[in-house]
Design a protein around this ligand. Structure first.
Ligand code: KIV
Length: 262
């Protein structure tokens, strides 16, 4: 029998699958094929070409979140709270309610540190579903080149374990682990009863998440982080198609009769 896991009262075959989507077309593709669809604030860098995710606003998340939920019927939709939108309880609740009311997403994701635990507790008490994102938290970085994996020493291991356990106690429904060492991910997964979803955090997590644009290598990147497996090279294939289209237009091969109204 397949191992199963409960998340938001839904039973999933384990491991859980999760990918990002920011648009209607990708949401439709993922719906029902992937367990969880994440409207991540990675859209800042991935879609808008920003250097980091700090320029992402509540309004951007609202618009992309709505377009995704409107095109999802089966999967669970998680939406990120952007940088500086949850610096205190009251602000966090106000913005969380804005995001959920407007988009109808099922769950909020917050990048957390020790000081964010009371916010998780507050939002959970107000009946909002929250995922706690720990390990590498991209909103803490202006320069993504400075990102390093975490959990390599005893101090980091202790901090991460405490954070995960306290996030669960505060009411988090799942923990997202980003770039956490295999040993520590395994230990965290064994120490909490809620699902762990990993990105660059080993096979021991209860689920795996990747940025969709990375999964298909949308822009033919030559250098992606070690944890990214590109299942196809969309960018490279598209460049071939662009050449063919240009050649056919320039040589008047396209549009021929088949593509012309008489
Ligand atoms: O914003 C995002 O897409 C994320 C993933 C990297 C997990 O948080």
């Amino acid at each position: 029998m397949k191992k199963q896991i409960k998340f938001l009262n839904k039973i999933f075959n384990k491991p859980i699958t999760c990918l990002t989507a920011y648009s209607a077309s990708i949401a439709k593709l993922l719906d029902g094929n992937i367990d969880i669809i994440l409207v991540g604030d990675s859209l800042g860098s991935t879609l808008y070409g920003m250097k980091n995710t700090r320029g992402v606003t509540i309004n951007m998340m609202k618009l992309h979140g709505k377009v995704v939920t409107e095109n999802v019927k089966k999967s669970i939709v998680v939406i990120d709270m952007p940088y500086k939108s949850y610096t205190n309880k009251v602000m966090a609740f106000k913005n969380a309610r804005k995001l959920i009311n407007f988009t109808k997403a099922n769950v909020l994701k917050l990048e957390i540190q020790k000081k964010t635990i009371p916010i998780i507790k507050y939002l959970s008490k107000k009946k909002l579903n929250v995922i706690a994102h720990i390990g590498v938290t991209p909103q803490s970085f202006i320069d993504f080149k400075k990102i390093k994996i975490v959990g390599k020493n005893d101090q980091e291991k202790k901090q991460l374990l405490e954070l995960a356990v306290n996030a669960e106690l505060a009411g988090a429904q799942a923990i997202l682990l980003e770039c956490v060492t295999e040993k520590v991910s395994k230990e965290i997964t064994a120490s909490v009863s809620i699902p762990t979803i990993g990105i660059g955090s080993s096979k021991y997590c209860d689920g795996q998440v990747l940025v969709f644009d990375d999964l298909i290598n949308i822009d033919d990147q030559k250098k992606l982080p070690r944890f990214v497996k590109t299942y196809m090279n969309f960018g490279k294939e598209t460049k071939k198609v662009l050449k063919k289209f240009s050649k056919e237009v320039k040589s008047k091969k396209f549009p021929n009769k088949k593509f012309t109204y008489q």
